[in-house]
Design a binder for this molecule. Structure first.
Ligand code: FES
Length: 168
């Protein structure tokens, strides 16, 4: 999470500045503002850790978009967090290629090692084990998992401790 000051309401100056720079790449008007939506949500999530109602309202107000549209987009993509999460989010793929290559065993090993189930956060707030992913688009390197948007591929159960230890 970003350490700069995050306002309770509205977007931070830093997020506004970044979005203003990006705005130049898009057309004027509503189409351009809609094009900024994914980036705006990502920036706000990076800053706050997750997207609560106020964060969604701030994005909607800044981009002059209906709140329902912003909420629909934020709830469609699994990379947006609509609930509090730990410092690190782990997504384990259990779709076909990963399933055939040990994804289920990998997930079970992570649940056992962390003492939590999918959708839960460790008591120390360090890790959230997200709901199982449909496909992380790393099928050729199955089984795959992702931590904070960083891929780990061809992961074996015996790799779990080493990988977790690299996230403070
Ligand atoms: S099936 Fe696991 S990354 Fe595609």
């Amino acid at each position: 999470m970003n350490q700069s000051v995050v306002p309770e309401r509205g977007l931070s100056e830093e997020v506004r500045r970044t979005l203003e720079r990006s705005r130049a790449h898009y057309p004027d008007g509503e189409a351009g503002r809609r094009s900024l939506l994914l980036e705006a949500l990502r920036l706000v999530q990076e800053e706050r850790g997750w997207l609560n109602g106020e964060a969604l309202e701030a994005v909607a107000a800044y981009l002059e978009l209906p709140l329902v549209d912003v909420t629909q987009v934020a709830s469609f993509y699994s990379m947006y967090e609509l609930h509090p999460v730990g410092r690190h989010s782990i997504s384990v793929c259990t779709n076909l290629s990963c399933h055939l290559c040990g994804g289920e065993e990998l997930l079970a090993a992570l649940e056992k090692r962390l003492g939590i189930r999918c959708g839960e956060t460790t008591a120390d707030g360090r890790f959230t084990l997200k709901k199982e992913e449909e496909c992380l688009a790393a099928c050729c390197a199955a089984p795959a998992l992702m931590i904070d948007h960083q891929y780990h591929e061809r992961v074996r159960v015996e790799d779990v401790d080493r990988i977790l230890e690299s996230y403070p």
